[in-house]
Write a protein that binds this ligand. Structure first.
Ligand code: PGA
Length: 252
C-alpha cells in the first residue's frame, strides 16, 4: 500500500493584487507555521509570484502558477515559460484547467505538450480534467474523463506519471456551490487511477489525485476520506485566509 502525501492546492484564478497577495501571505504564514503531514500550495497569478517567493520560499507553503507555455523561450507574445516560473520558485503549475480549455481554447494536444514541458523542467504539473453537466446527465462522464487522461498524459513514462498530480474537477461543480458527492468523486478518481494503471502499471498508485469544485472547509474531510482522493484543488475557499486555514486543518 503506497502512502501518498496529501496536497491542498489553492487556485486563486484572476484574483488578488500584489498588495493583497502580500497581506494574505503574511497572515497565512502565521496560521500554517506548525502544520505537518500534508503539502500546501498556492497557485497565484503571475504578477503575485515574486512577492510570494519573497514571503513564502523559506516556509512549508509551496508556490505554483496557473498556466505556462510549453516552450522555454521565443516569439510567443504574452506567454510565460517554464524557465521563468522556476526562477520564481514555482514547484507546481496547473495545466488544462477547464477555464483555459473553454475560454482560451486549449485542446488536449496543447495540454499534453504543457504537461511534458513542466516535467522536463522539474515543475510538477497538476493536470485538470472533468466533464460538463450535459456529459454527466448523458451518463458519459467517465468515458470522457478517461479519454482526457489518455490524451493529456500520452507518451509519458511510468516514472513521469508517478510524479504528476491529476485534479478531477467536474465543470458543473466549479464555483457553483454544487459539490460532487464524495461517492461520485471517489468513483471518478478511481477511474482516473485505473486509466493511468492501464498506461503505466503501479506508477498509478503513487500519483496523487485531487478533487476540485466547490470544495470548502465544511466538506473537505469527507472528500479526503475517500481512498482515491489525495487532496483538493480549491478556488473560492482559498481566497480567504481564515477559510483556507480552516480547510487545511479539516483536511488533516
Ligand atoms: P472552486 O474552484 O473551488 O471555486 O469551485 C475550483 C477550481 O476551479 O479549481
Amino acid at each position: 500500500m503506497v502512502n501518498r502525501r496529501p496536497l491542498i492546492a489553492g487556485n486563486w484564478k484572476m484574483n488578488k493584487t500584489i498588495s493583497e497577495a502580500r497581506d494574505f501571505a503574511a497572515r497565512f504564514l502565521e496560521n500554517t507555521a506548525d502544520i505537518t503531514g500534508l503539502d500546501i500550495l498556492i497557485c497565484a497569478p503571475f504578477t503575485n509570484l515574486p512577492v510570494l517567493k519573497e514571503e513564502l520560499e523559506e516556509s512549508i507553503v509551496h508556490i505554483g502558477a496557473q498556466n505556462m507555455h510549453y516552450e522555454t523561450k521565443g516569439a510567443y507574445t504574452g506567454e510565460i515559460s517554464p524557465l521563468m516560473l522556476k526562477e520564481l520558485a514555482c514547484t507546481y503549475v496547473i495545466i488544462g484547467h477547464s477555464e483555459r480549455r473553454e475560454y482560451f481554447k486549449e485542446d488536449d494536444e496543447i495540454i499534453a505538450k504543457k504537461v511534458k514541458a513542466a516535467l522536463e523542467n522539474g515543475i510538477t504539473p497538476i493536470l485538470c480534467v472533468g466533464e460538463n453537466l450535459s456529459l454527466r446527465e448523458a451518463g458519459k462522464a467517465q468515458d470522457f474523463v478517461r479519454g482526457q487522461v489518455e490524451k493529456d498524459l500520452a507518451g509519458l513514462t511510468a516514472a513521469e506519471l508517478s510524479r504528476i498530480v491529476v485534479a478531477y474537477e467536474p465543470i458543473w461543480a466549479i464555483g457553483t456551490g454544487k459539490t460532487a458527492s464524495a461517492q461520485d468523486a471517489q468513483q471518478m478518481c478511481a477511474a482516473i487511477r485505473s486509466t493511468v494503471a492501464d498506461m503505466a502499471g503501479s506508477a498509478a498508485q503513487e500519483m496523487r489525485i485531487l478533487y476540485g469544485g466547490s470544495a470548502k472547509s465544511g466538506n473537505i474531510a469527507e472528500l479526503m476520506a475517500q481512498p482515491d482522493i489525495d487532496g483538493g484543488l480549491i478556488g473560492g475557499s482559498s481566497l480567504d485566509v481564515q477559510e483556507f486555514t480552516q480547510l487545511i486543518q479539516n483536511a488533516r
